[in-house]
Ligand binder design. Structure first.
Ligand SMILES: NC(=O)c1ccc[n+]([C@@H]2O[C@H](COP(=O)([O-])OP(=O)(O)OC[C@H]3O[C@@H](n4cnc5c(N)ncnc54)[C@H](OP(=O)(O)O)[C@@H]3O)[C@@H](O)[C@H]2O)c1
Length: 305
């Protein structure tokens, strides 16, 4: 049913789901004086324990989004494979000039999403390297500080400074960029090189520094550069492979999200990582056999687990 009451106040944000990044954003927004409501599959109030980077605990309550109130500001921090469905579900509840911020790993075709928005609705992408996890359903731990990049994907007029201020509070420090795609391609190259291999080998990132993975890492990364260059995002293979190895070293003790998802028997984001490369390559009539092989192997393993 369409919302009937007046829209949220400027300091209110609705967040989709009760995932690690969403609860981190909700807890930090409330700490900064915003109201954060949750759009949940089972609408419940969540008594949340929030552990910040300094190990300070805070008890908060996040309330479910009232279904009769138009949503003016929406954060969608869900897995890449859930973004389109989540936004489709929320569309009838959005105000005509609502601002939506999507935040996920990997890449998805954005055109179907843009096509469903009204002219005055705004779409933003926030890419974050903040890290959070949930040791329990009602506990979120902010486990690593990282930068976030924010860009507006639509030309609609909106109160941009309010969105930027809120995202700084939620997942900042935020750097606002005019075009998010160069950054997303760099990040995608790193995800392509690290995530499927660590998932299939069931290892920490640092194990990929072993010479036996060198040719696969180089081929995976070179294929990403091939596709990115063809789409107008210049990426040099040698420098990109170097960056991959810098990340492997800097995060050597970490388990990638795909390794964790595969071990837990959850769906992975492989379709938005190697799958996106394969899909774009097919449209460009380029060959990306190593990405295709990783996509097939991860899908085969998650389908049978
Ligand atoms: N966690 C991190 O440290 C981190 C860091 C950087 C980037 N990221 C990226 O950020 C994104 C979110 O990560 P996350 O770790 O927060 O994921 P997550 O824990 O899986 O959280 C997503 C939540 O959204 C819920 N959801 C999905 N669609 C929904 C819908 N239509 N209505 C209501 N709830 C819905 C999911 O519910 P179900 O579980 O019931 O499906 C889940 O609770 C991912 O792309 C991830 O790769 C994460």
């Amino acid at each position: 049913m369409a919302p009937i009451s007046s829209p949220q106040s400027a300091l209110s944000w609705c967040i989709v789901g009760r995932g690690a990044i969403g609860l981190l954003a909700g807890a930090r927004l409330q700490q900064a004086g915003y109201t954060a409501t949750l759009w949940l599959k089972q609408p419940d109030a969540i008594p949340l324990q929030f552990t910040d980077l300094t190990q300070q605990y805070q008890q908060q309550i996040l309330l479910p989004q009232p279904k009769d109130q138009a949503i003016a500001r929406l954060l969608v921090p869900v897995k890449a494979y859930d973004v389109l469905n989540a936004v489709a579900q929320l569309l009838p509840y959005l105000s005509p000039n609502a601002q939506l911020v999507i935040s996920h790993n990997g890449m998805i075709p954005i055109a179907p999403l843009l096509a469903r928005l009204r002219p005055a609705q705004g779409l933003w992408f926030l890419s974050t390297s903040q890290a959070a996890y949930k040791p329990a359903a009602d506990h979120v731990v902010h486990s690593g500080e990282g930068l976030s990049y924010l860009a507006k994907l639509t030309a609609s007029d909106g109160n941009d400074s309010q969105v930027i201020a809120a995202m700084n509070a939620a997942l900042g420090p935020v750097t606002v960029v005019p075009d998010i795609y160069p950054m997303l391609w760099q990040k995608l190259a790193i995800n392509v090189a690290i995530n499927p291999l660590t998932a299939l080998e069931n290892c920490q990132n640092g194990q990929l520094a072993h010479p036996r993975y060198q040719s696969q890492i180089s081929a995976l990364t070179t294929e990403v550069c091939l596709v990115a260059n063809a789409l107008g995002y210049p990426m040099e293979p040698t420098a990109t492979v170097q960056r991959v190895y810098q990340v492997i070293t800097a995060t050597s003790g970490n388990f990638s999200s795909m390794q964790q998802d595969m071990q837990a028997g959850r769906q992975t984001e492989i379709a938005a990582i190697c799958g996106y490369i394969c899909q774009q390559a097919a449209q460009l009539q380029l060959s990306v056999p190593v990405n295709q092989q990783m996509l097939d192997r991860v899908l085969a393993k998650t389908a049978t687990s």
